[in-house]
Design a protein around this ligand. Structure first.
Ligand SMILES: Nc1ncnc2c1ncn2[C@@H]1O[C@H](COP(=O)(O)OP(=O)(O)OP(=O)(O)O)[C@@H](O)[C@H]1O
Ligand SMILES: [Mg+2]
Length: 186
């Protein structure tokens, strides 16, 4: 879909122009809002991806989850089946470089976390709108996975990732909440 590609390019450009300081500060502000939220406090098993490039930094969030006694589940993607399996990681050494340079859990040492054990999902994505519309990275992984779980979904987004309207197709799944540096915007 062309309009999806257009927004992906626009947002990627805006993200690339963030300075290191802006990236650090905004990531910290977003993490602070998440950690103060009632959904975070109420959750024991949190699903997250390992951020890279100009994605909102999830490393500090994961570290804090461990310190607070939460379990952290990270997906491993199967690019043939287009599915994800979540594994519990207890430290960052349990990650390896998977397909497409993603940092993913090592399956032999990490236990699988069944979908029904997840109680909060931090959903990655490139762009979002205030209606919860979401533009991912183009694999359809979360669009396939989210209908299988019925738990709270939260997206973390820099201000430039919040766009007036994300073009969506029937298969696209919305997120429940969105946290920007200024706080919850949805
Ligand atoms: N539930 C589904 N069943 C079958 N195909 C799907 C489903 N969801 C998405 N797809 C297909 O996956 C491809 C990518 O979808 P889309 O552009 O929405 O990805 P995305 O939302 O950016 O990805 P992701 O969910 O991994 O972040 C499209 O070709 C779409 O048709
Ligand atoms: Mg989609």
């Amino acid at each position: 879909m062309n309009s999806k590609r257009y927004i992906r390019n626009q947002v990627k450009e805006a993200l690339d122009s963030l300075t290191d300081e802006q990236y650090r500060q905004a990531s910290q502000q977003i993490a602070d809002h998440l950690i103060a939220s009632s959904d975070w406090k109420a959750s024991n098993v949190v699903a997250l991806t390992i951020s890279r490039g100009r994605e909102v930094n999830t490393n500090q969030i994961i570290q804090l989850a461990w310190e607070q006694g939460k379990r952290v589940a990270v997906p491993r993607a199967d690019f043939i089946e287009k599915t994800m399996t979540f594994y519990e990681i207890k430290n960052f050494a349990e990650l390896e470089e998977g397909d497409y340079g993603l940092r993913e859990p090592v399956p032999n040492i990490c236990p699988i976390v069944p979908f029904d054990e997840l109680d909060l999902i931090i959903v990655p994505g490139l762009a979002f709108d205030k209606d919860g519309g979401r533009l991912g990275f183009g694999g359809g992984f979360y669009d396939r996975f989210l209908p299988k779980v019925k738990v709270k979904t939260i997206a973390l987004a820099f201000s430039c990732q919040l766009v007036p309207l994300v073009p969506t197709e029937e298969h696209d799944q919305k997120v429940d909440d969105i946290i920007c540096p200024t706080g919850f915007v949805r």
